[in-house]
Design a binder for this molecule. Structure first.
Ligand code: ADP
Ligand code: ZN
Length: 220
């Protein structure tokens, strides 16, 4: 395995994308850049960005392209991303964002774009049971009969139901995914840059297929 990679992971929310991206970032020794995590941190800290994004996020809407492109452009300039690469999670989410990313990365092109594919009805089920550590973002699955506040195994933070994981917001996010994000499959697919990995299998199988897809794309 060669360390370093520049990857985009696409896929519906709740497809297990976050967890796989964390594993990929350890495997390739590159930062995991999650725009959702960055926005949630901004909301927690009450920065101007957080104040602007909060309502949109709670309703399951998309934060404006210009804001998002600015955040990602800035983050990709940091040393770690410049020298080793990154796993980009949650960005791009619109064709406009993908076009901007092509400009940003023109001098250091991507190794690959992977679509982690999980059907909508399965995602709905998984998202409703999703719980997440408010401090480190680790995901958990609710068993349905927890009485006590759960504590994160990784960092000891509080494990919460996300404010935007209500059925309404979930459905809205999934609708937006079909309208705004699924055109990216064609955007990258048409240029021969897309790899599709079936996200329904066990997490270990999915992870092995993800790394195999990256290695295969490097040989080409
Ligand atoms: P999920 O974990 O459900 O896939 P994320 O954590 O990636 O969702 O993002 C949470 C919310 O943050 C989104 O619903 C959206 O409001 C906002 N967001 C994150 N990334 C983007 C982006 N690239 N463009 C617009 N909005 C974004
Ligand atoms: Zn944690």
């Amino acid at each position: 395995m060669i360390p370093g990679a520049r990857l985009i992971i696409l896929g519906r929310q709740g497809a297990g994308k976050g967890t796989q991206c964390v594993r990929l970032s350890r495997h390739f020794v590159v930062p995991h850049i999650s725009t959702g995590d960055m926005l949630r941190a901004a909301v927690r800290e009450g920065t101007p960005l957080g104040r602007a994004a909060r309502e949109v996020m709670d309703s399951g809407g998309l934060v404006g392209d210009e804001i998002m492109v600015g955040i990602v452009r800035e983050r990709l300039e940091h040393d770690d991303a410049r020298t080793r690469g990154y796993i980009l999670d949650g960005f791009p989410r619109t064709v406009r964002q993908a076009e901007a990313l092509d400009e940003i990365t023109a001098d250091r092109p991507l190794d690959g774009v992977i679509d982690l594919d999980v059907p909508r009805d399965l995602v709905l089920e998984r998202l409703s049971a999703r719980r997440v550590c408010r401090d480190c973002g680790t995901n958990y699955v609710a068993s349905g009969h927890e009485r006590q506040q759960r504590i994160c195994d990784v960092c000891g933070g509080d494990v919460m139901h996300r404010d935007d994981d209500t059925p309404e917001a979930i459905n809205h996010r999934l609708d937006l995914y079909e309208q705004q994000t699924s055109p990216l499959i064609e955007y990258y697919g048409g240029a021969g840059r897309l790899m599709v990995v079936d996200g329904v299998a066990t997490p270990d199988t999915v992870f092995n297929e993800l790394t195999a897809a990256v290695e295969a794309s490097r040989r080409n």
